[in-house]
Design a protein around this ligand. Structure first.
Ligand code: TMP
Length: 220
């Protein structure tokens, strides 16, 4: 999946955030959204799975610890179903309206979690993602990288969902998936060191955004 860096400045921007659990993604997204709001931009904040009414219902099924018998294939199809709805209901209209979208996880999460974590393979995930995405591609993907053991330790005091509760072996496979994506050479991926402070992560993310040289981001 290649990115659209340097795309038409009249069009909006799709920025996605990925990484293992506990990598500080949510704090980073909030920091960026605050910074954008200060500069007069109103980013659209969305998350996956979820982000639409239908998608949030799918999210509840996916993350409910009571769904413990769910097989990997069902998990993948539900993730992709949520994504197909989000792309058509929110992402395409927002891009057409020239907005900046900050999306907490997107198609790459299915490659890492279902492709590598559940061992369903990146090719299967890519082909299903194509159904969900159509022509849509992220312009930039910020990959917050943190060793899975450190991420799990950060989560220890939080209420955990079905996927958070997975074994460390599963989270190591997910991490390997993200590493493989980062190493594949697609320039839309930028790795952020998630052992850095929240301020350090925000500064690194802003530097990557500025390098896009997109008209919407010129005052950041
Ligand atoms: P969150 O905790 O970052 O909100 O994400 C919800 C969980 O769903 C998280 O454990 C990652 C997982 N997930 C997948 O397994 N596949 C996917 O395609 C997506 C978007 C998320």
């Amino acid at each position: 999946m290649t990115g659209g860096q340097g795309s038409n400045p009249q069009r909006g921007l799709l920025i996605t955030f990925e990484g293992p659990e506990g990598s500080g993604k949510s704090t980073l997204i909030k920091g960026l959204a605050d910074r954008m709001a200060e500069r007069g931009l109103e980013p659209l904040l969305i998350r996956e799975p979820g982000g639409t009414d239908l998608g949030e219902q799918i999210r509840n099924i996916l993350l409910d610890p009571a769904s413990e018998g769910m097989c990997g294939e069902t998990e993948l199809l539900l993730m992709v179903a949520s994504r197909a709805q989000l792309v058509r209901e929110k992402i395409i209209p927002a891009l057409a309206a020239g907005r900046v979208i900050l999306c907490d996880r997107f198609a790459d999460a299915s490659v890492a979690y279902q492709g590598y974590g559940r061992e369903l393979g990146a090719d299967l995930v890519d082909s299903l993602n194509q159904v969900a995405l159509g022509e849509v591609q992220p312009d930039l993907t910020l990959l917050c990288m943190l060793d899975p053991a450190a991420g799990q330790a950060r989560l220890r005091n939080r209420a955990t969902d079905r996927l958070d509760r997975e074994t460390i072996a599963f989270h190591r496979k997910v991490f390997a998936g993200y590493q493989a994506l980062a190493a594949a050479g697609d320039s839309r991926f930028k790795v952020i060191d998630a052992t850095a402070s929240a301020t350090g992560m925000l500064a690194a993310a802003l530097a990557h955004l500025k390098r896009l040289e997109h008209g919407l981001l010129k005052h950041l």
